[in-house]
Design a protein around this ligand. Structure first.
Ligand SMILES: Nc1nc2c(ncn2[C@@H]2O[C@H](COP(=O)(O)OP(=O)(O)OP(=O)(O)O)[C@@H](O)[C@H]2O)c(=O)[nH]1
Ligand SMILES: [Mg+2]
Length: 195
């Protein structure tokens, strides 16, 4: 089992000034407010390494963190913020697409986050398709599971499997609040690091 021995902020990347070290990376992508930063903090056992709950839709940076001096975790900017103008949205999609295309060799798993209470829609399909085209493994990661009862979770996961056509093994269920799903994600990272 992967244990987190060290985690440190490396840099914020705008454009293509990626870190010099060419390490494997694990990216966290999702709509604004889907819980990316909270999940990363939970995985790393850090309260506030990644800032959470700030003005959504404003950061255009990729934030790189170095873990165990061995791999990077990337907190990606949240997309789909309802109040931004369409041209800003387009620019955003371009930026995220550019990252995926430029880093497709580095990205070992992209965790695509979605609030468990929502059925994934157009945005998620856009990225799942883009990731498949670039050969980047994707894991749909359902967040805020604590918002539903166990039986509601089971029902909702069933609907999500039907809507996406994904296999159950590519879906993680998490709660940053209750610290659930941590072992599953760390296990997946560990597994891919040793392959
Ligand atoms: N109940 C519950 N709330 C959560 C959970 N994870 C995140 N939240 C809350 O959801 C809000 C957004 O969380 P963030 O982690 O900042 O989300 P984000 O995806 O990083 O948002 P952006 O950086 O704006 O894209 C915050 O108010 C969190 O406290 C969870 O597992 N359970
Ligand atoms: Mg965030």
């Amino acid at each position: 089992m992967l244990t987190i021995q060290s985690s440190e902020f490396v840099k914020s990347v705008v454009g293509s000034n990626y870190p010099d070290k060419n390490l494997p990376e694990y990216a966290f992508l999702g709509k604004s407010n889907s819980g990316k930063s909270s999940l990363i903090n939970m995985l790393l056992n850090r309260k506030n390494l990644v800032k959470t709950g700030r003005t959504p839709g404003m950061t255009k940076m990729l934030n790189y963190f170095l873990i165990n001096k061995k791999f990077h975790i990337v907190d990606m900017p949240g997309y789909g913020f309802a109040k931004v103008p369409i041209n800003v949205k387009k620019e955003f999609q371009k930026l995220l697409r550019q990252y995926i295309e430029e880093r497709r060799k580095n990205i070992k798993i992209l965790f695509l986050l979605a609030d468990i209470r929502r059925i994934p829609g157009e945005d998620e399909f856009f990225f799942l398709d883009l990731l498949a085209k670039n050969g980047v493994p994707a894991a749909l990661t359902l967040t805020k599971a604590d918002k539903l009862s166990k039986s509601q979770q089971i029902r909702q996961i069933d609907l999500i499997l039907k809507a996406t056509g994904l296999d159950k093994k590519y879906i993680f269920t998490t709660s940053a609040l209750k610290k659930t799903g941590r072992d599953d994600i760390l296990y997946a990272i560990d597994n891919s690091l040793s392959n």
